[in-house]
Design a protein around this ligand. Structure first.
Ligand code: ISL
Ligand code: CA
Length: 630
């Protein structure tokens, strides 16, 4: 049992203690050495707030102790052989249906549109498709607010269209992963309607009601509570006012969710991506959030639900009763969960989730998505090295840069068009040659970048629109809009760029969200005809990954760790070996050694350099994959 008198090193030795202190240091952009050096390590934990320049108050230590005394198990490390699984070898492709392909000329992507592009996805080398939500929804948060789990959203088509899509995907030897949004439902879902109109019915306890709100805030701005006149109580919503959090403590509710998931698995779905799944267990009594943590994180109360007391029990139950009987795959979206928590959620012998998405590598320390800064690839290197060396063989990393909630990665790193495609290819080399399961987001394979939204009227995302309104209380509209422009999720939600025709071949009419002129030079049709395009490069890279199985389970041996702007590593097993060398900067980078082997793939196609130069340095953002002798 850890107490205020415990030493910082003992708290840091606790898996949850380490994750939380690392998160605070990341938020404050303080190097871990600040707490890992022996002098500090021997200090009592209660001095930590002072050490961290009083950005955290006394209450933080109490919260920390409450959290870490709920969990003392550490995932045992092993160098046993990694168990083989299809999802450890697969390349996943995420589709945001609303923006993928419109088949009936209403400007909105749909299921028949996806069916018409399955051959394109298959030729890319994809093994499994993750579909963002396609269920009936009033679209307050574009489908992440579900009204009926057993019905297809009318914008996207019918259940017949879905059955056809599933069959066509399976006919091509691919798998389909659905999005499971069960932390909350739409306030129009019949469960919620019955909960507020018949509070004494079994549904009355399906959601989280309180006589008075606490200080928790929503991720989409404002309080996390709606006043419900019908019950003269307040109802919790961590996201939009129309996304009501479910009460997972209610066993009847959990069983209804289990039955719903089984219903889709009976249809032949191969697995699920589980939306904000680490938020489903809230601390008993729903206490106020600690002010200093809230100020630092930007959201109040998060410490009471991002790793709740019954999370593991609920996930273990879901795995045993639902996923295992169908051998279904599961990947959890777990914002805020550190590496140790991720291990406890995914270690194969714990039978909870197969994988998680951790987001710590998407913003450099001290930055949030809405901060205007240039992302440093050396930070990506340090994150990847940390996960490759410390995640362990009981756990499978997920490898991604983009999804429907984040701006385009190329734009975050370097907006100079000159480097656009060579940089996109560099990112692909890292994502598809490290140990882990890659998730490619629609358009990433084309090198799509952020769009030039001109006015707030072109923005569609509830998170951006709410934040804009909030910012306009304290700043001018232009300033508020430029802040939105930096981090808006809409950058990832503009129409897929299929061709140079009008509306990029996405639709025959004006799409539901704007797009700028970029599609005229960046589109799938052009790139399929260009041997050196990034699309062709992704095809070759995925084919290489399937040929060199060392990439799936081989060891990762990183060299030049301390060399800035140079990321080099080996993939080795008893049969074969690869050497990957990458220049993370826009200046020529001296090589520390010349690989002896065969160059398999490079993001530089033309060999303009003399062999001598060829040997001595790497060009800007150059990334090469060599086959070397084991
Ligand atoms: O990054 C985020 C918070 O800092 C958010 O973009 C995101 O809300 C969070 O990662 C959870 O995302 C998921 O749940 C949301 C939905 O809006 C997102 O699209 C989904 O990915 C609520 O369902
Ligand atoms: Ca349509």
């Amino acid at each position: 049992m850890l107490t205020k008198k415990s030493r910082i090193k003992d708290v840091y030795a606790n898996p949850i203690g380490r994750d939380i202190i690392n998160r605070m240091l990341l938020q404050m952009n303080i190097n871990r050495k600040a707490v890992t050096n022996p002098i500090v390590g021997n200090l009592k934990i209660m001095v930590l707030p002072k050490l961290l320049k009083n950005q955290l108050d006394e209450g933080f230590v109490d919260t920390l102790l409450t959290l870490l005394n709920t969990e003392d198990e550490t995932v045992r490390s092993t160098d046993e052989i990694i168990p083989r699984e299809w999802w450890k070898e697969a390349v996943f492709y995420q589709i945001y249906p609303r923006s993928f392909k419109d088949s009936n000329g209403d400007g909105i992507g749909d299921l028949q549109g996806i069916i018409s592009k399955l051959d394109y996805i298959k030729e890319l080398g994809i093994d499994a498709i993750w579909l963002s939500p396609i269920y009936d929804s009033p679209n307050d948060d574009n489908g992440y607010d579900i009204r009926d789990y057993h019905k297809i959203m009318s914008d996207f088509g019918t259940m017949e269209d879905f059955d056809k899509l599933l069959t066509e995907i399976h006919n091509r030897g691919m798998r389909l992963i659905m999005d499971l949004v069960v932390n909350h439902t739409s306030d129009e879902h019949k469960w919620y309607q019955q909960a507020i109109h018949e509070p004494d019915s079994k549904y009355g306890d399906y959601y989280i009601f309180k006589p008075q709100p606490n200080n928790w805030t929503s991720f989409f701005s404002g309080s996390a509570w709606n006043y419900v006149e019908e019950r003269n109580q307040y109802a919790l919503h961590l996201f939009s006012k129309k996304q009501m959090d479910l009460n997972w403590e209610n066993e009847a509710l959990r069983h209804e969710i289990h039955d719903m998931v089984k219903w889709w698995l009976e249809k032949g779905v191969d697995g699920f991506r589980l939306d904000v799944i680490n938020y489903i267990s809230k601390r008993k009594g729903l206490p106020d959030g600690n002010k200093s943590i809230g100020k630092l994180m930007g959201y109040y109360g998060v410490e009471h639900y991002f790793y709740g007391p019954s999370l593991h029990d609920y996930l273990h139950e879901l795995k045993e009763k639902v996923f295992m009987p169908y051998n279904a795959f599961s990947v959890g979206e777990t914002p805020g969960a550190g590496m140790e928590m991720s291990k406890l959620l995914t270690a194969d012998y714990r039978k909870e989730l197969d994988m998680v998405f951790s987001f710590d590598h998407l913003e450099t320390p001290g930055h949030t998505r809405y901060d205007d800064y240039q992302y440093d690839l050396n930070y990506l290197k340090s994150c990847m090295v940390n996960w490759m060396e410390n995640y362990g063989n009981h756990c499978q990393p997920s490898l991604f840069y983009e999804n429907h909630d984040n701006p385009r990665m190329i734009s975050k790193i370097n907006a100079n068009q000159k480097y656009r495609y060579v940089l996109g290819k560099l990112l692909a080399v890292i994502q598809l040659t490290l140990r882990g399961t890659p998730f490619i987001y629609q358009g990433q394979e084309l090198g799509m970048i952020n769009q030039c939204f001109k006015t707030i009227s072109e923005i569609r995302d509830v998170e951006s629109l709410n934040l804009y309104d909030e910012l306009c209380n304290t700043m001018k509209e232009e300033e508020a809009f430029s802040k939105i422009l930096t981090g808006s999720r809409d950058h990832a939600r503009t129409p897929m760029q299929w061709s140079g025709e009008q509306y990029a071949g996405f639709s025959t009419v004006k799409p539901w969200i704007m797009m700028d002129e970029d599609y005229k030079s960046c589109n799938a049709k052009l790139q399929l005809q260009d041997e050196n395009s990034i699309l062709r490069f992704f095809q070759k890279l995925i084919a290489l990954r399937k040929e060199y199985k060392v990439i799936y389970y081989g060891n990762v041996i990183v060299s030049n760790k301390k060399v800035k702007d140079l990321f080099t590593y080996y993939r080795k097993d008893e049969n074969e070996a690869l050497y990957i060398e990458i220049n993370l900067s826009t200046t020529n980078k001296k090589r520390t050694k010349h690989p002896k082997g065969r160059l398999l793939l490079s993001n530089y196609t033309e060999d303009i350099l003399s062999s001598k130069d060829r040997l001595s340095f790497l060009r800007p953002y150059e990334a090469n994959i060599w086959a070397i002798y084991p």
